[in-house]
Design a protein. Structure first.
Length: 94
């Protein structure tokens, strides 16, 4: 015995349809500390002021030890203008 179910929808309207959903991405923020190089022969630094600016604009926090860029001819002012926080390594805030 077949029963008829009343529905206000047509058979075509009951077929599932694709739809785009917004994907909410959980952003992870990093704090990156850059110490001053202690080896006399090493002059390189892992981040330039331009790279610091890109990272800060992405929401990351950059903390540079005072004088960290001197061997690479970058000043503390250049890094702070790019968004880094200059700090003394021994102050305990890194």
């Amino acid at each position: 015995m077949g029963t008829t179910i009343f529905t206000p929808f047509t058979e075509k309207e009951l077929i599932p349809k694709e739809e785009k959903l917004e994907i909410v991405r959980k952003e992870k923020k990093f704090s990156i500390g850059i110490p001053k190089e202690t080896c006399l022969d090493e002059k390189r630094l892992c981040l330039t002021p331009d790279a610091v600016q890109v990272l800060v604009q992405a929401g990351h926090r950059i903390i540079m030890e005072n004088g960290a860029g001197e061997g690479s001819f970058f000043t503390d002012l250049q890094y702070s203008e790019a968004g880094a926080r200059n700090d003394n390594r021994h102050s305990g805030s890194v």
